[in-house]
Design a protein around this ligand. Sequence first.
Ligand code: NDP
Ligand code: 2IT
Length: 449
Amino acid sequence: MSPVIDEKVAPIYQEVLNRNPGEVEFHQAVLEVLESLGPVLVKYPEFAHQKIIQRICEPERQIIFRVPWVDDQNQVQINRGFRVEFNSALGPYKGGLRFHPSVYLGIVKFLGFEQVFKNALTGLPIGGGKGGSDFDPKGRSDGEVMRFCQSFMTELYRHIGEHTDVPAGDIGVGGREIGYLFGQYKRITNRWEAGVLTGKGLSWGGSLVRTEATGYGAVFFVDEMLKVRNDSFEGKKCVVSGSGNVSIYTTEKIVQLGGKVVASSDSNGYIYHENGIDLDLVKQLKEIERRRISDYVNYHKDAKYVAGGNIWEIPCDVAMPSATQNEINGKDAKMLVENGCIAVGEGANMPTTPEGVKIFLDANIAYGPGKAANAGGVATSALEMQQNASRDSWTFDYTEERLQRIMKNIHQSCYETAEEFGTPGNYVNGANCAGFIKVAKAMVAMGII
Ligand code: NDP
Ligand code: 2IT
């Protein structure tokens, strides 16, 4: 059954539209959550009296700042930096930084809003926030990226801290950027404060499994959904979009669980390799040499590259969108379902449009929304914070086991909550209601703040 917004909630959504004009991705993320909440207000009338939904939709703090830097041609460049500290009911603000030319307030707010519920679902003590910049790292030298990161942190440092706000990576922000950001924070504050950022290098406070965590976690989540249907990854043909951090480690774990990944992409096109993607090559091209996915076919003559192609045209059993928001539209979703796709697990944040979500739900396939399926990344960030706080570091196997247990628990809580509110099998409702209730109860306990 496709969702309809409850009459008590509809005016709240209207108010969000009025107060945040033009922020279409934020509107989309809010509507998706609000559509699930009608039955929650019936069970918890105090949430309405306390105006919890209205308060949750308004970020606690939004910071927008100038980021000036000098490029390799000695030209002054100016970017815009953002940090939206959305909700700290459950812990310090926690969420990634995105460096991509499309970044503006509406993107940062949609990501920050979703992060609040995602982080609640992990069961760990983290609030929600997100940040980033319209800086485009593509084609920039290491020196340019370093100078940009230093300028960005020269403003950001005053707003963050291990007990206040703990940023990490997202699109365009990986280990290299976290290193430059941490170095500048340390220099400005004269504090070696490991817990201020996550995704750090392994020799200076980072956690094993953080690099792999989002992809591995998303596959663990889909595996749980498949188990409910007495199925598994064994022998499944899978399509994983993107070729960045999330995509690479999603592919790695699918193969470990007996599946085959036949396609990979970037914003220019996709590659199709019937025999299964050569992941070592993708890692070399993307993680080390920072090249385009099109170069893959120079090394594998039996693979094909489709410039500007739509990866969702490829028939598959399991689809795992792992690139960006709204990468699967209604037409793509219809195609996937018609081609026999039985499960979709979102490694990316909000990769499916509302029309697409409706098609997946109506088709009754196993559909795991991003805020549940990709929570393994931020959960492992919280494990990194735990290790930092106790000045300890855990083994790979122990950390991965913790991640797998967290993903199992998230799946179970979404599954049971969907049932409790009368929509069995609907992980969208399950994730939205379970995450919301956890944050809402903490907000009620803390009074009107
Ligand atoms: P990366 O920067 O490592 O990789 C991003 C990948 O997605 C690249 O292949 C990129 O292609 C592609 N992509 C990015 N933007 C677009 C676009 N506008 N159109 C088409 N393709 C695009 O980022 P991550 O792998 O870290 O992030 C991928 C997704 O996962 C994002 O939605 C992110 O929010 C989400 N996520 C990430 C987590 C993490 O821990 N890193 C945790 C949870 C969710 P190109 O190189 O051509 O731009
Ligand atoms: O969207 C996400 O959950 C992330 N980009 C990871 C955030 C984090 O703090 O690890």
